[in-house]
Design a protein around this ligand. Structure first.
Ligand code: CMP
Length: 138
C-alpha cells in the first residue's frame, strides 16, 4: 500500500469538538478516508505506538496525554500522501506552523498539537496495522 498515511486526531482536539472540522479540512484537501474509528488508548498502547520516542525526554508525558481521552485514528489515501499530509498539518509545534494548517488552526502546544501524521511510507504501514486489521481498510 503506497499513497497512504495514518493520522490520529489527538485527545484535546476530540475533547474540544474539533473532530468534524478537522475531517472536513482533510477531505477538502483531497484525501479519502480508508479506515476510521474512535479509540481510547491505554497507557500501554500509547507507549507502544510511540515506542520510537522511548528515549526522548517528552516520552512519558506524551504517553499520558495520548491515553487521556479518546482519539480518532484514520487511514488516508492520496497521491504522495505522506508529504501532502505533513504539509496540510504543519510543523510539530503549532507556534511554528503555517497559517491555515491543521496544527495552526487547532493545536495548543508541541504536545497537544491536535493531530499526528506518519513520517514515511514504511511507518504509515506499521501505524495503520497498529490500529486496523487489513480487512478494515477499504
Ligand atoms: P507526533 O507527530 O504525534 O509525533 C511525536 C509527538 O511527540 C509529536 O507529534 C508531539 O506532539 C510530541 N512532542 C512532545 N514534545 C515534543 C518535543 N519537544 N519535540 C517533538 N515532539 C514532541
Amino acid at each position: 500500500m503506497t499513497n497512504i498515511t495514518l493520522t490520529i486526531i489527538k485527545p484535546d482536539a476530540v475533547k474540544d469538538g474539533h473532530t468534524g472540522a478537522i475531517i472536513d479540512q482533510i477531505i477538502k484537501a483531497g484525501f479519502s478516508v480508508k479506515a476510521m474509528k474512535l479509540k481510547h488508548l491505554s497507557e500501554a498502547e500509547a507507549g507502544k505506538f510511540y515506542e520510537v520516542h522511548k528515549e526522548r525526554p517528552f516520552y512519558n508525558d506524551l504517553v499520558k496525554y495520548m491515553s487521556s481521552g479518546p482519539v480518532v485514528p484514520m487511514v488516508l489515501e492520496k497521491a504522495d500522501a505522506i508529504t501532502g499530509f505533513r504539509t496540510l498539518i504543519g510543523a510539530t509545534n503549532p507556534a511554528n506552523a503555517d497559517e491555515g494548517t491543521i496544527r495552526k488552526n487547532f493545536g495548543k502546544s508541541i504536545e497537544s498539537n491536535a493531530i499526528h501524521g506518519s513520517d514515511s511510507d514504511d511507518n504509515a504501514k506499521i501505524e495503520a496495522s497498529f490500529f486496523f486489521a487489513g480487512t478494515d481498510i477499504y
